[in-house]
Design a protein around this ligand. Structure first.
Ligand code: FDA
Length: 388
């Protein structure tokens, strides 16, 4: 027996649930079909269990996309203030951690419970453990699933990206796009730790866990945050942020001492011009073990004024050549995805296939670290939910 709905949403993650709420509030009969045995798994693990649910400084510049203008419309019509209104309605205590990042005081479970309560109020049916085997389109969309046949004039694909396959990430959204001949911008892991060659790793491996503030930059893109040394390479917020811009053809630089003059005192005297003095100056800026190691790696053969000035420059423009990334297993998000040229920026509906929508991470819009990816999920979900 076919179950008819006004709208079917594939995926009960952040974008799918928001889309369902907005559509349900408009009186639409909505079904959300979720592959996993429960909804919102990524919401639960997000932000270290406290869900960094938005960022109050959200601007279009915080997003990567082949078309940097695409996200503007949805982001302007569903802002962090809209989501905060929902948070306040449900009395969820929150705080700003840093740089506009809003986190729950207690648990990300509260965000999921809030979304599920809003879905229930809006009459949304969430059907978990549902595997969609086939999608047919003949005026309406017909979905053959492990829970029967579903039918509706509108289908929103909110199946997320490829990150963290062990949490149930699938390529299903891209597969549907291919089925309908919709272009996909090549995907890649983003917000992901970078790996170093085994030679470079060996130089740093015993410093695993050491962190320091840096500016990581590629071209004009710069992030001033912490860097963390890992047993496979580099991580920490500065590296995760810049990883979204890194490709093998691009060179990455680190300012290891932002806004500091490190070795100037060595220029004014001929005494103490050696590695020991340089390391002691560097220890004011970063952990001692890291300072000592970097001086060992970079010390000049002779400590002339010119060599000291070059050392100063090197610490502010330290070149890094990653060997790769830790891949989708460790990536917080997937960059690339459904080509935004295929979609209406106001509704997320496919221009060539009326009734078919793509929302959230599956679309070629990727946020910086800090609550921006959820804001995109809310905004794109709301845009589609107000239309389908
Ligand atoms: P999402 O992945 O949330 O949901 C997709 C849903 O579709 C899932 O429930 C999945 O099971 C389901 N699905 C997949 N295939 C299906 C199929 N064939 N049929 C039916 N359902 C299917 N962002 C942020 O802003 N703040 C933060 O604090 C964090 N923290 C964070 C931590 C970790 C560890 C990760 C991996 C990621 C984050 N993120 C984040 C990123 C954020 O979680 C992500 O951008 C959003 O969850 C994307 O929302 P979507 O709804 O698009 O996908």
């Amino acid at each position: 027996m076919t179950q008819p709905f006004d709208a079917i949403i594939l995926g009960a993650g952040a974008a799918g649930l928001m889309c369902a709420i907005e559509a349900g509030k408009r009186g639409r009969r909505v079904a959300v079909l979720e592959l996993a045995d429960r909804p919102g798994k990524k919401i639960l693990i997000s932000g270290g269990g406290r869900c960094n649910f938005t960022n109050i400084h959200c601007r279009p510049e915080n997003f990567l996309s082949a078309n940097p203008h695409f996200a503007k419309s949805a982001l302007a019509r569903y802002t962090p203030e809209h989501f905060l209104a929902l948070i306040k309605k449900h009395n969820i205590a929150y705080h700003e951690k840093t740089l506009g990042q809003l986190f729950c005081d207690h648990s990300s479970r509260q965000i999921l419970d809030m979304l599920l309560a809003e879905c229930a109020d809006a009459g949304v049916e969430i059907i978990v453990g549902t595997r969609t085997e086939q999608v047919e389109h003949a005026g309406r969309f017909t979905l053959c699933t492990s829970k029967g046949i579903f039918n509706s004039p509108a289908l929103a694909v909110a199946t997320g990206g490829l990150s963290i396959p062990k949490m149930g990430a699938t390529s299903f959204g891209y597969d549907i796009a291919r089925q309908f001949g919709i272009n996909i911008v090549p995907t890649r892991p983003a917000l992901v730790p970078l790996t170093l060659s085994s030679e470079d790793c060996t130089k740093l491996r015993d410093l695993t866990g050491v962190s320091t503030e840096v500016i990581a930059s590629i071209g004009r893109q710069r992030f001033r945050e912490k860097l963390l040394i890992t047993h496979r390479g580099l991580s920490g917020p500065a590296i995760l942020q810049i990883s979204s811009y890194w490709t093998r053809s691009k060179s990455l630089e680190l300012d290891l001492a932002p806004e500091k003059q490190l070795f100037t005192p060595m220029l004014s005297t001929s005494a103490g011009r050696d590695a020991t003095r340089a390391a002691s100056l560097l220890r004011d800026t970063m952990p001692q073990r890291l300072a000592d190691r970097l001086i060992t790696l970079a010390a000049p053969a002779s400590w002339t004024n010119h060599a000291i000035q070059q050392l100063e420059t090197k610490f502010h423009r330290w070149p890094v050549t990653p060997s790769g990334t830790e891949g989708y297993d460790k990536a917080e998000v997937t960059a690339g995805g459904i080509d935004t040229n295929e979609l209406s920026s106001t509704t997320m509906e496919c221009k060539r296939i009326p009734g078919l929508y793509f929302i959230g991470e599956v679309v070629d819009v990727t946020g910086h670290l800090g609550g921006f990816n959820f804001q995109w999920a809310w905004a794109s979900g709301a845009a589609a939910g107000r239309s389908l």
